[in-house]
Design a binder for this molecule. Structure first.
Ligand SMILES: *Cc1c(COP(=O)(O)O)cnc(C)c1O
Length: 368
């Protein structure tokens, strides 16, 4: 039997091959590769899709977060040494962006049921140096934005979405990218909305922030060779923008398929050794990942592999336990540290066939 890959990107992208080739050819033939019409077009489309006023295409998701924070620093709303609250259970980019801006990431724990940042832990960490909260919509599930907004408003903090895993997720009628002061997206190829290389975006309804982020992403310049800020070079290029315009048309359909597969897993996996992700209101989880838990995680992963089913672990080590943050190795963030020993991500992507999904469920149900 063919192995079931954790993610079969070749198969995923084959679905759009002819449209991708047409888009890439159009850019190649145009003779214009950076800061052109394709980027402008995708920015308009993605802003409209998210319901946000502004979208700025940037180089990647890490830069998207850095550019938002740097923008706020340029606006005088935060300065070096200020604190930004981030979840310990996330991809390291969330914290690195904070550190690279000269700000201090303050790690907080997650909710055991949603895996997302726990608002009550956030409230405990707020002090006079706290300037922002980065809420990650982990695995595709929108964080507890209502409660986080209350905290942000009470202490006058900026609330930033790290929406790198949640393109298209809907929360109380609004979409990821329009649920806070600003949002960062990654279009890294494996994301729900993936390019064919590195790419990212910032969305916001804040005119001042949008203007600064746009300039910062292009050497701090909004007028050729006139540099207002010490900016970066982090621009969404024309080929990636053209590819993303194709993919965006299929995002809702792809997310619908992801949700369908997730519901199938949740209904059919029945094994006392396995804890399924907590059910969620329709739409606010777009299942970038389907993450189960098991106290027998290593054995389960080996067993699945022996049955031709590839899985991954997101994430094996919380950020505060990484060598990059060795200065923090003595702090304790119990839920995140416990989850990292038990979590296992199953294959879940739109081009998985019903037969493959069936095989995965059957294998899981037979694990003893
Ligand atoms: C992928 C990801 C990022 C970083 O995106 P890149 O485009 O790889 O820089 C940031 N945060 C989260 C939660 C991610 O999953």
């Amino acid at each position: 039997m063919e192995p079931i890959l954790f993610l079969n990107l070749e198969r995923e992208n084959k679905r759009f091959a002819s449209e991708f080739k047409e888009a890439a050819s159009r850019v190649i033939d145009s003779g214009w590769y950076i800061l052109g019409k394709e980027k402008e077009k995708f920015e308009k489309e993605f802003a409209a899709y998210c319901g946000a006023i502004h979208c700025i295409g940037v180089g990647n998701g890490l830069d998207a977060i850095r550019l938002i924070l740097t923008g706020y620093m340029e606006l005088g709303l935060m300065q070096e040494g200020d604190e930004v609250i981030v979840p310990a259970n996330s991809f390291i980019a969330t914290a690195l962006a904070v550190s690279q801006c000269g700000l201090k990431p303050i790690f907080v724990d997650c909710d055991v049921n949603t895996f997302n940042i726990d608002p009550s832990s956030v409230a405990k960490k707020v002090n006079s140096r706290t300037k922002a909260i980065v809420a990650v919509h982990l695995y595709g599930r929108i964080a507890a934005m209502d409660e986080l907004k209350v905290i942000a408003r009470q202490y006058d903090l900026k609330l930033i979405e790290d929406a790198a895993q949640a393109h298209g997720a809907v929360y109380q009628g609004g979409r990821a990218g329009n649920l806070a002061d600003a949002a960062a997206f990654s279009f890294y190829p494996v994301k729900n909305l993936g390019a064919l290389g590195d790419a990212g975006a910032v969305t916001t309804n804040d005119d001042h922030l949008a203007e600064i982020v746009r300039a910062l992403s292009n050497y701090g310049s909004d007028d050729k060779y006139i540099h207002k800020y010490k900016g970066l070079n982090s621009r969404l290029d024309e080929i990636q923008a053209a590819i993303l315009s194709v993919r965006l048309r299929f995002l809702d359909q792809d997310n619908k398929r992801r949700i369908e597969i997730a519901h199938y897993y949740s209904e059919h996996i029945k094994n006392p050794q396995i804890v399924l992700p907590q059910a969620d209101n329709e739409g606010s989880h777009v299942f970038h990942l389907y993450v189960i838990r098991s106290s027998q995680r290593e054995k389960l992963q080996q067993y699945l592999l022996a049955n031709g089913i590839h899985t991954q672990i997101h994430y094996p080590l919380s950020i505060h336990k990484q060598e990059a943050y060795s200065n923090l190795k003595n702090i304790s963030i119990p839920v995140a540290e416990w989850l990292q020993k038990e979590v296992l991500s199953l294959p879940l992507y739109p081009s998985l066939t019903n037969e493959e999904i069936h095989r995965i469920v059957t294998a899981l149900d037979q694990f003893a």
